[in-house]
Design a protein around this ligand. Structure first.
Ligand SMILES: [Mg+2]
Length: 418
C-alpha cells in the first residue's frame, strides 16, 4: 500500500457486473426481506459502503458516488449484488437513513441495507425485556423500541423521577416527581446534548445499581451491563478541526468511574465500526439479500483508517481464524470417526473481507501513512481488547474515490472469473 491503485477501469468495460458477480441460477421474486434492494440471483461478492466521506460530505453528495452506484444497479434500479451501507451514525431510525440515502444518491435503498451503530442491538435479545436507561440524542426511545427493547427510560425521564440529581443547570430542574423506574442495563447510543447531566446520572445509576435515589453503595461488586454504540473519538463536520465524538464522552465516563471506584468501567458490548459485532451483523444482512447463500468476498469501502479499514481488516482476520478453526475441527472429527463431518457454520461466513480506502473523507493522502509513523492513540478509543496494530490499519487497496473502488472490485472479480 502507499500508492493509489493506478489501474482505473474504463467504464465501458464495466457494463456487465451481473456476469461478473452473479453465478448460479436466476431466482425469481427477489430476496426475501431485502425490500427494494432484492436480488434475483445468487452472488458470490457483497459490498459494505461507509457513508460519510465516501458517498456524502455533510449533506452533499460526493459526485463519484452517484456514478459508482449507477454501475451497481440494473435498469430497474435494483442492485445487482448484495450491498449494505454501514455507518457509525446513530441518532436516527434506520428507515429514515435509508430514505435520506435513497433521495441523495438517486437509487432505491431499503432499510434492510442500512447498518447504523446501534443496529446490531437487534441481535441482543437477552436485554430486550430488561428496563434499560438510554443515553444519546434524537428519537432515542423510538430507536430503542424499534430495536426490540420494551422498557425504556430516557435521561430526561430519570431526571424527572429524581429531581435532586442534576444540579448543574438550575433552570432545568424538574418541579414535580413521577414514580421511579429501576434500570438494570444502560445503552449509550451516542454523544448527548448535555454531557454533564448524562455523566452525572449514568454514574448515579451505576453506583446505586439502578436506584439513583439511594446513597452510593461502595460494596457493589458487579457492575450493571453497559451496551455502548460508536466509539469514535473525533469526527469531521464543517469546522476546520475534528469535533468530539461519542468515544470522547465514553472516555469522560470511564475516567469519572475510575476516579470514584478505582475500577475500570466494563462494557457488555461495544457496537459500531470497528467492532466485530457490526461486521457480523452487516454480513448477515448481505446474506439475506443473497437468498441466505454464503459470499466468498466482502469488499468494505471506507475513508477512515481507524474505523473502516481497522474494522474490515479485523473482520478479515476473524474470518481467516474462523475458517482455520473450522477446518481443524473438521479434521479432528474426521480423525476421531474416520468420516469427515461437514460443519454447517463454515458455510455461513464469507472467506475474506477486503478493505478499500478512499481519499474523499477523513484520510488525507498527503499525510504520513500509519505504517511510516506510530499510529497515534489519540486517534482511537482503544478500549476493551481493541489495540492499535499497524497491520490492521493497512488497507488492502487505496483508491481516489468510491467510483474507483467499484471499478477495482469489478476488475478483480472479472480476473477471478477468467
Ligand atoms: Mg466515513
Amino acid at each position: 500500500m502507499g500508492q493509489i491503485d493506478s489501474k482505473r477501469r474504463n467504464s465501458s468495460c464495466t457494463g456487465g457486473p451481473k456476469k461478473l458477480f452473479v453465478r448460479g441460477p436466476k431466482i425469481p421474486g427477489g430476496a426475501p426481506g431485502s425490500g427494494s434492494g432484492g436480488l434475483r440471483c445468487v452472488c458470490f461478492v457483497g459490498v459494505l459502503f461507509d457513508v460519510d466521506g465516501v458517498l456524502l460530505r455533510g449533506g452533499s453528495v460526493i459526485p463519484a458516488a452517484r456514478r459508482a452506484l449507477r454501475k451497481l444497479v440494473d435498469q430497474n434500479q435494483s442492485f445487482l449484488f448484495p450491498v449494505v451501507f454501514v455507518t457509525n451514525a446513530g441518532s436516527c431510525l434506520r428507515h429514515h437513513k435509508a430514505q435520506q440515502l435513497s433521495h441523495l444518491l438517486d437509487v432505491q435503498i431499503a432499510p434492510e441495507q442500512v447498518v447504523l451503530s446501534h443496529s446490531p442491538l437487534h441481535m441482543m435479545e437477552t436485554f430486550h425485556h430488561k428496563c434499560v436507561l438510554v443515553s444519546g440524542q434524537g428519537p432515542v426511545t423510538q430507536i430503542a423500541h424499534t430495536l426490540g427493547f420494551q422498557k425504556v427510560v430516557t435521561m430526561e425521564e430519570l431526571s424527572e423521577q429524581h429531581p435532586l440529581l442534576d444540579m448543574v443547570d438550575h433552570s432545568r430542574r424538574p418541579t414535580s416527581t413521577v414514580s421511579p423506574a429501576n434500570p438494570s442495563a444502560i445503552i449509550l447510543f451516542g454523544e448527548p446534548i448535555r454531557w454533564e447531566t448524562n455523566l452525572q446520572l449514568i454514574v448515579d445509576v451505576l453506583l446505586t445499581n439502578g436506584r439513583p435515589g439511594c446513597v452510593y453503595d461502595a460494596r457493589l461488586s458487579a457492575q450493571m451491563p453497559i451496551l455502548a454504540c460508536n466509539m469514535d473519538l473525533l469526527w469531521m463536520a464543517e469546522a476546520p478541526s475534528p469535533r468530539f465524538g461519542h468515544g470522547m464522552f465514553l472516555l469522560c465516563l470511564e475516567s469519572i468511574y475510575r476516579k470514584l471506584t478505582g475500577r475500570r468501567l466494563e462494557y457488555e458490548a461495544v457496537l459500531g465500526k470497528p467492532s466485530l459485532l457490526t461486521y457480523q451483523y452487516a454480513e448477515q444482512l448481505l446474506r439475506q439479500q443473497n437468498q441466505n447463500h454464503k459470499l466468498s468476498t466482502i469488499y468494505a469501502v471506507g475513508d477512515n483508517l481507524m474505523t473502516d479499514i481497522y474494522g474490515a481488516n479485523l473482520y478479515n482476520r476473524y474470518l481467516a481464524k474462523h475458517h482455520t478453526d473450522t477446518m481443524s475441527d473438521t479434521k479432528l472429527v474426521a480423525q476421531g470417526t474416520g468420516t469427515p463431518v461437514p460443519v454447517v457454520e463454515e458455510f455461513a461466513f464469507a472467506a475474506q473481507c477486503s478493505s478499500i480506502l478512499v481519499c474523499t473523507g477523513v484520510y488525507n493522502p498527503q499525510s504520513p501513512l500509519p505504517g511510516d509513523q506510530n499510529v497515534s492513540e489519540t486517534m482511537f478509543h482503544g478500549q476493551n481488547d481493541l489495540k492499535v496494530e499497524p497491520d490492521l490499519v493497512e488497507p488492502s487497496h487505496m483508491v481516489e474515490d468510491v467510483e474507483a473502488a467499484v471499478d477495482l472490485m469489478l476488475q478483480q472479480e472479472n480476473q477471478n472469473e477468467v
